[in-house]
Design a binder for this molecule. Sequence first.
Ligand code: ATR
Length: 271
Amino acid sequence: APLAGVIGMPIAHSRSPRLHGHWLARYNLPGHYVPLPVQPEHLAEVLRILPRAGFVGVNVTIPHKEAVLTLADTVTDRAALIGAANTLIFRPDGKIHADNTDGYGFIANLRQAAPDWQPDTAPAAVIGAGGAARAVVASLLETGVRELRIANRTRLRAEQIKAEFGARVVVYEWAQVGNMLEGAATVVNATSLGMEGKQPLRVPLDALLPGALVTDLVYTPLMTPFLVEAQARGCRVVDGLGMLLHQAAPGFERWFGHRPEVDDETRRIVL
Ligand code: ATR
């Protein structure tokens, strides 16, 4: 039976084993998916050994998402652009192929939750410029967003994203983040604010169009204070859990041979 897993440190909190385990059972497929706690200094060694122990690939999470790029034999364009990988395929010839499906998961979640969402009709506004924001920016630009506004507490990180992703990216001051929402069709919280135990994201929403689609990468809680406020203004809101589920689908399909569905049952299993 094919083996797969998720490499990280710490890894006990990861929801991926439950998700993949659920899909394996649902589709009655042979295989196992396990959490793999790996220290950074052991990452290269572990990646060399796993294919020899029956592993067909792994997901990668903090703190290894950047480091695996230098250890992979081939890297997809999108993973290279984002500067991180979350999905590794161990090929029969021994080569390691690295991809990043976070942006795919982000877009697939929005398309499923809001089938009539039209990202290319008006600007998108991304709040935050960390690792997660990079995948969001890449995927929004790929869907044809013509203007992508971004603001980050540390402005330099937003400037770096503009430098790498190009002319459609417009950097806003963190203090002006409310202005960034004016006329936007899509608004994303890609900061960690709003997570349980952290401060909420505080953004003046006066400029927000009621027709805007507002989403949050934070999914603990599912309805962040930011989403609650946007919903109260009549916006369509999409929580961040679906991104986690959808980003897992391409890896599962490659490793276990069946395209898994993301539905309410999947959400319940992972919560
Ligand atoms: P991730 O990979 O989850 O994006 P990250 O790279 O650490 O994690 O990025 C976290 C994001 O949340 C960043 O945009 C960060 O802003 P900075 O780049 O200025 O650090 C943002 N963030 C975290 N805490 C914040 C706070 N208290 N106020 C504003 N932004 C915050």
